[in-house]
Design a protein around this ligand. Sequence first.
Ligand SMILES: [Fe+2]
Length: 287
Amino acid sequence: MTERPLTFIHMTDLHVNAPGVEDDMLFSETRDTLRRTLAEIARMEQKPDFIVASGDLTNHGEPEAYRTVASIMDEAGLDLPVVYALGNHDRREGFAEGFSALYSDPTKPYDHDTVIGGLHVIVLDSSVPDEIGGFWEAGQVDWLKARLAEHADLPKLLVMHHAPMIDLTAGEMEWESLSRVATEELRQAIEGVNVVGILSGHVHMDRVALWHGVPVVIGTGHHAGTDVVALPGAFNMLDATGFAVGTLYPSGLQVTFVAHPQTREVRHTLDMQRILDFIEARKTAAE
Ligand SMILES: [Fe+2]
């Protein structure tokens, strides 16, 4: 019998809120969606080796919301390692309280790595407090380079909430991804390294890009899907959620998207101008 390939779950943008909290920026029952994904994993005949949760674990970052994530995960009883990343909706202080066994110093980004079944998984914290887009803080790229130099014989899987910027002409859309500068730093850091894929979230859509030869996989996630066909005229958030199953074959990474039952009805329409004004105000404040 041949050895079974390494398999993992990619979930993203969990946007869990604490029970009993009024939240007018929550457009679906995200606790139920997390339970639904975990129930689907439990139904898998071949149990995956680990779970990746690539950021926006909570909608507002309160400690109670992280404790809710942890308790829903525990209740599922899957007994699988979960690799967490932080996103722009997360708060480091809240995560440190809710996941104190994993993270204790909220002054530092939550960068970490682990080896699972011959795959070196490296997680970068691309969130910056109070920003929507992704950036690195001082020292993160050096940390990444040091990790990439370790386990040189093992393929690397990178996890970061914000995907690299693919369309370099879309300067005003930097909030959708890693910044242009951070993207270039990432490209230089991984040059010549066997990176089998990058798992991300943030934009709430199933999207695959080939970025300098590296597959970048984004999932719709657990909150509300972006109405891709209505862009750029309207920014609708739809009833659409799901997760993905990743399998690492000797020939490369395969990712299969699993959609939850969904209507794709509009749940909320974001005011694009408000987002752009917010970004502009942040830029002006930084100057
Ligand atoms: Fe999100």
